[in-house]
Structures are given as C-alpha cells and as structure tokens.
Design a protein around this ligand. Structure first.
Ligand SMILES: [Zn+2]
Length: 283
C-alpha cells in the first residue's frame, strides 16, 4: 500500500494564501481531491494524508469533510490553537472523527525561533497524547536544535518532521542541517517525511544527485522504519510534476530491499498514524 504522507488542498484566496508569491503563480488556483486523484493513481499510490495550510478550526473541519467524501484521503493533519487554554475543548469537537490523525502549527513562520518551547505551546502539546494524535513539526534547519529540546520533553508523543526540516539543497551545503537531523533522529518517537525536497532545490535545474546526499543523511539518522514519502503537492509543482517529485524518493529507495521500499513508500505512514485504508470508520 503506497501512501503519500503529505499534500494540501485549498480553495484559492489571495488574502488567505498570501505566502504564494509571483514566483509560485501556478499555485493561485483551487486544488481539490478530484485534481489529486489522477496523479496518485498514475504514481501507484492508494491513499494520502492531507495537511493543514490555514491556521483555523474552519479549515480543519473542511479538510475532514473532504476526507469523508474522498475515501483515498486516509487521514487529515489539522490545526487547533495549541496555545489556547481551550485546546482540550477544541480537540473534543473533533474527537469522534477517525480521520483526524494529527495536528500541525506553522512554527516555521513564528518570529520567535524558540517558539516550540513556549510554556503555552508545550501545554497544548501535552494534551495530544490523550487524543491519540500525532504532531507534525514544520521548521527550518535553524530550528533543529530547539526541536530536539522540544521532543525530549515528550517521550511518548508521536512526532513527524515535515520535509526533513527543509534542507538547503539549492546552496549545496549539508552542515549544520545534517548535525541537527542526526540529533533529532536519536529520538525513537520522531519520524521524518521525505517530502517537498524538490522545492528546496533549484526549481529549474535540480537533479537527483543534488538531493541524494540529503536522503543519505535522513536514512542514516532515522533508518528505514521512520521515514515516509510525501509529495507536498501542489506546492511541489513549482519545481516538478507530481510524478517527478515522488520519483526523487522512489528512485532513491529502489537500491534497497523490497521490505525497505514498502516501509518508506507506505507502511511506515500507515503504522505511524494508524491509518485505516479503505474504511470509513475505526469502529
Ligand atoms: Zn506542505
């Protein structure tokens, strides 16, 4: 079972998606399940995990509605206000929905580089375990040391690092990103998504060999049982087609045993989020 562990849906609005600048003009339209389905099928994927792009409860509800009507959307990473004293109440409103499998906050855009360690945020994270929800860590390489301090506090919480913390592929420098990745990889409750990598490379001139050193480091740090493939569609289309974006990781794992391929291309994601392929309910 091949699973795309990271993609987005949206109805485009220039104010809500102000981060989409002129260089990303092709993202200024709607991206919905009917647009993704043919891409998934062509790539041999059976399902996907949809990730929040707005920080609103309304978007979380909308993504869950989309997932309810599109069975191939196996899980949703939503947003709740983790810093709010009302976080538990917010989570309770979604608790009956088996498709909500994780929460994410756009930490990379927070002006405070130590945002992950804020007491209000830590309090919110401490509640996720009782709702059986994972947490997606979206950061830049400079945040990696803080992320290690962060995950150390929650040894039983499931975490997954988005886009391998966005390595500086375009610049070609591997350190100090690699040092941060190795440290985070020592925490067994942290997984890593091999997603969105083409977006961190030179959009117009990237090659597989530019990305391979970063994949080597991710494999050394997390091992084949804690890595998962993701497209970051539609954002990846600024640099590649869906097939090319996914192909970077698919081609890389081809050198490994069939068991490793199966793990990275789907079964790790299935186990991590306890996804229930092709079932509407967990009963
Ligand atoms: Zn993304």
């Amino acid at each position: 079972m091949l699973i795309d562990a990271h993609q987005h849906f949206w109805i485009y609005d220039s104010q809500k998606y102000a981060w989409i600048d002129d260089s990303m003009a092709r993202l200024r339209r709607d991206f919905l399940p009917q647009d993704l389905q043919p891409e998934l099928e062509r790539a041999g994927f059976r399902g996907c995990v949809a990730v929040q792009a707005q920080q609103t409860l309304e978007e979380t509800r909308w993504l869950l509605d989309l997932a309810a009507s599109a069975p191939f959307v196996l899980g949703v990473i939503g947003w709740v206000d983790l810093q709010s004293p009302q976080v538990r109440t917010q989570l309770e409103t979604f608790a009956g929905n088996p498709k909500l499998v994780g929460i994410r906050h756009v930490v990379q855009s927070e002006p405070d580089d130590r945002f992950l360690l804020r007491p209000e945020f830590l309090r919110g994270i401490s509640v996720l375990e009782e709702f059986d929800l994972a947490y997606d860590i979206l950061i830049y390489p400079r945040h990696l040391p803080v992320a290690a301090e962060f995950v150390r506090r929650f040894p039983r919480q499931r975490f997954v690092l988005d886009h391998a913390a966005k390595p500086p592929i375009k610049s070609g420098s591997v350190h100090p990103w690699a040092r941060g990745i190795r440290e985070l990889g020592t925490f067994r409750n942290v997984y890593c998504k091999l997603s969105g990598l083409v977006t961190e490379a030179d959009w117009h001139n990237w090659k597989q060999e530019h990305i391979a050193p970063y994949l080597d480091c991710a494999f050394e740090s997390f091992g084949p049982d804690r890595l998962m493939i993701g497209s970051d569609w539609p954002v990846c289309t600024v640099a590649a087609s869906y097939g090319q974006a996914i192909g970077v990781v698919k081609d890389y794992v081809r050198r490994h045993a069939a068991q490793v391929q199966e793990a990275v291309l789907g079964s790790n994601a299935e186990r991590f989020w306890r996804l229930q392929p092709r079932q509407q309910s967990r009963g």
